[in-house]
Design a protein around this ligand. Structure first.
Ligand SMILES: Cc1cc2nc3c(=O)[nH]c(=O)nc-3n(C[C@H](O)[C@H](O)[C@H](O)COP(=O)(O)OP(=O)(O)OC[C@H]3O[C@@H](n4cnc5c(N)ncnc54)[C@H](O)[C@@H]3O)c2cc1C
Length: 469
């Protein structure tokens, strides 16, 4: 019998398109991957991809070609499109651990020759100056309340203090603020990402899409070559823009569980039994439905009770899903959007849903300056929105609220709530994670019983960290 062999096709020796072809060819060739790769050249790989991936649509082959893209000085608004791809990986400059300088923002290309250009730059500079001015008073307050521990180094103490005051002051930064971002993606995903960027309503995003295409072609000349704007995406967006009723009215509750299956508890338990049995699913459901409450509790304990804080729950939790209509500050959304297993639909960022004020801003005596910054942004927002609601988003600070529709399953709910309700998470997203947990525990107490959360409530976090949201 031939021996088992497991090895790397090293990207140091083979380019990404060649690796993808070497894997693809195993479908028809009895040769080893090494032997297949040895026969390949860049040219032969390109021919293969033209024929199979581009010509016959065998697109999954392109997933074996992986690229690492570095983005520098792109606006956090543009990053929303870049990070909207579920199957890619990202790391971004943190608003929690880094500070922004006075010119670290993007002038939207739409304003290059627009009468509002000067006002945009001035308002951005005002926001960045207010941000810079807020750092010292909030820092002093935190330092006074966070005494240095015995044997704690200056550096460690600074880190502890910094995350708290920077967390608070970030509410003032507008969506035009720049960031750096690392992205790892396969060529199939990247082609789709470029298409989305080239179809985007913002010029900055379209420009980034062109550059990504150009940069990626140096590494995968064939696989992203045909990425282009998609009329379906462009035209549907244009038509919906003309039809969507614009109104900030409606429910005042910022976290509404708008859809869930009241029967989901027995369905998830039945799926867990199904996995380890040999009956049809309907029989498993019937069986669970006939059990006593205590017997169902036992099943839930077996399925979830041993979960450690960092364990990933069994996949059967995905048979239960929830839809939420949420309002959260833009800073929280920037973190929320990173949860790729969720389906998320964010409305455009506006100043119409009000803004949050962190308690520390008020306690540091900075509230009136904070309000002035928020009002200046709102004033320019209205002027810009008259020209383009898409471009107007750039001026909106992180403190303003945004509405997001999201649907996710119970497995992702465990992950999100545990990660984001943790004490080291930002207080905005902690409040959200705890409230989502509270809503889920209300409707499915048995399934939420084993989640690991700190002993806090969303209203407690809200009272501790905000004067209003
Ligand atoms: C304390 C803290 C500090 C952070 N600091 C930064 C920062 O400085 N910069 C920054 O950019 N982000 C930062 N983040 C965000 C973090 O990197 C994640 O992007 C974010 O929390 C989303 O979490 P996730 O990827 O685990 O979850 P989801 O995207 O919700 O995915 C859920 C789960 O699915 C699995 N999964 C999803 N995609 C993949 C994949 N491609 N490969 C393997 N498994 C996958 C994982 O098990 C994951 O936990 C920070 C997060 C925390 C909690």
């Amino acid at each position: 019998m031939p021996p088992r062999d497991i090895y790397l096709l090293s990207p140091r020796l083979l380019n990404p398109e060649t690796i993808a072809v070497a894997f693809a060819k195993t479908s028809r060739s009895p040769d080893s991957f090494r032997a297949i790769a040895a026969e390949l050249s860049d040219e032969k790989s390109a021919q293969f991809h033209e024929k199979w991936v581009v010509g016959y649509g065998h697109a999954s082959v392109a997933e074996h070609a992986v690229l690492h893209l570095a983005f520098e000085n792109v606006s956090r608004l543009a990053i929303e499109c870049i990070e909207s791809n579920r199957l890619a990986s990202y790391t971004e400059k943190s608003t929690r651990y880094q500070k922004w300088g006075p010119d670290d923002f993007t002038l939207p290309p739409e304003l290059e020759i627009h009468p509002l250009k000067t006002e945009f730059i001035k308002t951005c500079q005002f926001l960045f100056q207010t941000y810079a001015d807020s750092l010292a008073p909030v820092r002093s307050l935190i330092e006074a309340r966070t005494p240095r521990r015995e044997n704690e180094s200056e550096e460690a103490w600074d880190r502890r203090v910094r995350s708290q005051y920077v967390d608070t002051c970030r509410f003032i930064l507008p969506a035009a603020a720049n960031a750096n971002l690392g992205m790892t993606a396969n060529a199939r995903l990247l082609e789709h990402a470029i298409c989305k960027m080239l179809s985007h309503e913002l010029v900055e995003v379209r420009q980034i899409g062109e550059t990504v295409k150009q940069v990626a072609r140096a590494e995968t000349p064939t696989l992203v070559k045909y990425a282009d704007a998609v009329p379906y995406l462009v035209e549907s967006a244009q038509e919906f823009n003309n039809r969507s009723p614009i109104s900030a009215g409606g429910s005042t509750d910022w976290c509404r569980l708008v859809d869930y299956d009241p029967q989901a508890e027995p369905l998830v338990l039945a799926a867990l039994l199904y996995r380890f049995g040999d009956m049809p699913y309907s029989a498993a459901v019937q069986h669970v439905t006939s059990l006593s409450p205590q017997e169902r509790e036992d099943l839930a304990r077996i399925g979830l009770g041993r979960l450690g804080e960092h364990d990933i729950p069994l996949r059967e939790l995905e048979y239960c899903a929830y839809t939420f209509d949420l309002v959260m500050d833009q800073g929280a959304y920037a973190e929320f959007k990173r949860h790729r297993m969720m389906t998320q639909t964010a409305q455009r960022l506006t100043t119409h849903l009000g803004y949050a004020t962190p308690r520390l801003i008020a306690e540091a005596g900075f509230e009136s300056k904070y309000e002035q910054a928020m009002l200046a942004a709102a004033e320019l927002y209205e002027k810009l929105a008259g020209f383009s609601p898409a471009v107007a988003q750039y001026i909106v600070p992180n403190g303003y609220n945004r509405r997001i529709l999201t649907r996710f399953n119970l497995r992702e709910a465990y992950h999100f709530c545990q990660l984001r309700a943790a004490r080291n998470a930002h207080f905005s997203i902690r409040r959200l994670a705890l409230r989502i947990y509270e809503e889920l525990a209300r409707v499915h107490p048995l399934l939420l019983k084993y989640i690991h959360l700190p002993a806090e409530t969303s209203s407690g976090v809200e009272a501790d960290y905000f004067i209003h949201t």
